[in-house]
Design a protein around this ligand. Structure first.
Ligand SMILES: Cc1cc2nc3c(=O)[nH]c(=O)nc-3n(C[C@H](O)[C@H](O)[C@H](O)COP(=O)(O)O)c2cc1C
Length: 180
């Protein structure tokens, strides 16, 4: 499942995020009050904290280009224009004050891939926004990143999970899909 996070697409491929996978029982207990006592935090086997990068520096772009060169064994100079385009886009977003929105959107895409992959593997996953990011950042000592969403992952408690077999409540296809 971690591979779904790693393979998620992102704008320019910049991957301005990271994922803190918490399995330590004490740490999950410590985080629970910061998620308003929601029991999934401690009950799940893996708590994935989705965190986006608060800025995007030239060094981040260069780090990414280094990785392309390494993986594709290509000359660095061939990425000069692409590198400059990415740096300009990042700077524009910083100047407009939209860098955190841009980066967190990329992080949500990865969360979507995690949810889909968990479903395909028949593992339950609960996406969560009901938590205090500042508290999570403090406890997990996140500085350059900020938590934006959680995903509690684990195998279903078949006997006690009364929600599991209820039908999905979704609007009709005609309402959600507008064909032109
Ligand atoms: C962005 C987001 C935030 C959510 N936050 C929470 C949460 O804090 N706690 C929770 O129990 N469920 C949370 N959910 C789960 C939704 O309540 C759930 O997906 C929705 O009720 C539909 O449920 P179903 O997919 O099981 O049909 C969240 C879902 C999303 C996508």
């Amino acid at each position: 499942m971690e591979q779904s996070l790693i393979l998620a697409p992102s704008s320019y491929g910049l991957q301005p995020y990271k994922f803190v996978v918490v399995t330590d029982e004490n740490l999950k207990k410590e985080l629970t009050p910061a998620a308003y006592g929601q029991t999934q935090i401690a009950d799940c086997s893996h708590l994935v904290v989705v965190a986006y990068k608060k800025v995007l520096t030239d060094a981040d772009v260069e780090h990414f280009v280094d990785r392309i060169v390494e993986v594709r064994n290509a000359p660095r100079e061939s990425f000069k224009d692409y590198e400059q385009t990415m740096k300009t886009s990042a700077q524009k977003a910083i100047d407009k004050g939209t860098i955190e929105t841009w980066n967190s959107r990329q992080a949500y895409l990865a969360l979507g891939f995690l949810l889909e992959t968990a479903a395909l593997l028949e593992i339950d996953a609960c996406p969560m926004e009901g938590f205090n990011p500042a508290e999570f950042n403090r406890i997990l000592e996140l500085e350059d990143y900020s938590s934006v969403a959680l995903c509690a992952v684990g195998y279903r408690d078949r006997e006690n999970d009364w929600l599991a077999n209820l039908p999905k409540v979704r609007f009709l296809k005609e309402e959600l899909i507008d064909r032109r």
